[in-house]
Design a binder for this molecule. Structure first.
Ligand code: ZN
Ligand code: ZN
Length: 263
């Protein structure tokens, strides 16, 4: 599997992805808002875009569908429950569906509600597993829930699906928010051992070359995976004194999401 991450440089800080078969050069474009950039990147690599996928229905992920489809003839894939809202969807996706790209790439479709209720993540298995996580999981952060989402469902997605993936899984999200997310982590857990080094790098990085984290790293630097951490809980109780000494993971997650909304 070949992966090209495309940094758009737009105000929303979108990342797009091309996932290609090394043998055939066929490629899947993920959330190609700036579709011309995707087309240019594919041409540079000698790839042909044969499928377009939206992780969810928000306009900053679907707004390039029509342009890219007109240019390539590629079908559009999206969560079956989001298809009507997106329009022009050729294949509605469900949990467990497999998306084939060329001869060598197979991507498993995960049904990951929370940011919206009809959001898919793509999982590539194999020696170098990768997760294309849309706006569900960001590097060091979690998606917001105030545009059609539900923090309870996001919690379920994190704990029952994402946290169970292999630690070596590389995380490819829909936006570049690393510094801001690490600052939140350090606000919530000032003595976190791993976030300061990554933040020092991220503050000066070219977003086009931003670090790709793994799930193992996420468990060390992402507050939304550190729900049982005593420091996170102690600090949370300063903001929410009504929490007991041992709040459950769900409560911690929801409260963190609430604080991150105002951060
Ligand atoms: Zn979104
Ligand atoms: Zn987005």
């Amino acid at each position: 599997m070949l992966t090209e991450r495309i940094w758009t440089g737009n105000a929303l800080r979108n990342f797009h992805y091309l996932i290609a078969c090394a043998e055939s050069g066929e490629a899947l474009a993920v959330d190609p808002l700036e579709w011309q950039m995707c087309l240019d990147a594919a041409r540079r690599r000698g790839w042909e875009i044969t499928q377009i996928l939206n992780t969810h229905e928000h306009g900053d992920h679907t707004g390039g569908n029509a342009g890219l489809k007109a240019a390539t003839g590629a079908p559009v894939l999206a969560h079956a429950a989001a298809a009507a809202r997106i329009g022009g969807v050729d294949r509605g996706l469900r949990k467990g569906d497999v998306i084939k790209v060329g001869r060598t790439v197979e991507l498993e479709c995960l049904d990951t509600p929370g940011h919206t209720l009809s959001h898919v993540c793509l999982l590539a298995h194999g020696d170098e597993p990768a997760l294309f996580s849309g706006d569900t999981l960001f590097n060091a952060g979690a998606g917001n829930c105030y545009n059609g989402g539900d923090p309870e469902r996001l919690f379920e997605t994190f704990t029952t699906q994402l946290s169970r993936l292999p630690d070596s899984t590389r995380v490819y999200p829909g936006h570049e928010y690393l510094s801001r997310n690490l600052e939140f982590t350090l606000d919530r857990e000032p003595n976190n051992e791993d976030a300061p080094r990554l933040l020092a790098e991220a503050r000066h990085h070219d977003p086009a070359k931003a670090t790709v984290t793994t799930l193992g790293e996420e468990k060390r630097i992402n507050a939304f995976f550190r729900l049982q951490n005593p420091a996170v809980i102690a600090r949370l109780r300063e903001a929410f004194p009504e929490l007991g000494e041992q709040p459950d993971a769900r409560t911690v997650f929801i409260r963190l999401r609430e604080l991150r909304n105002r951060w």
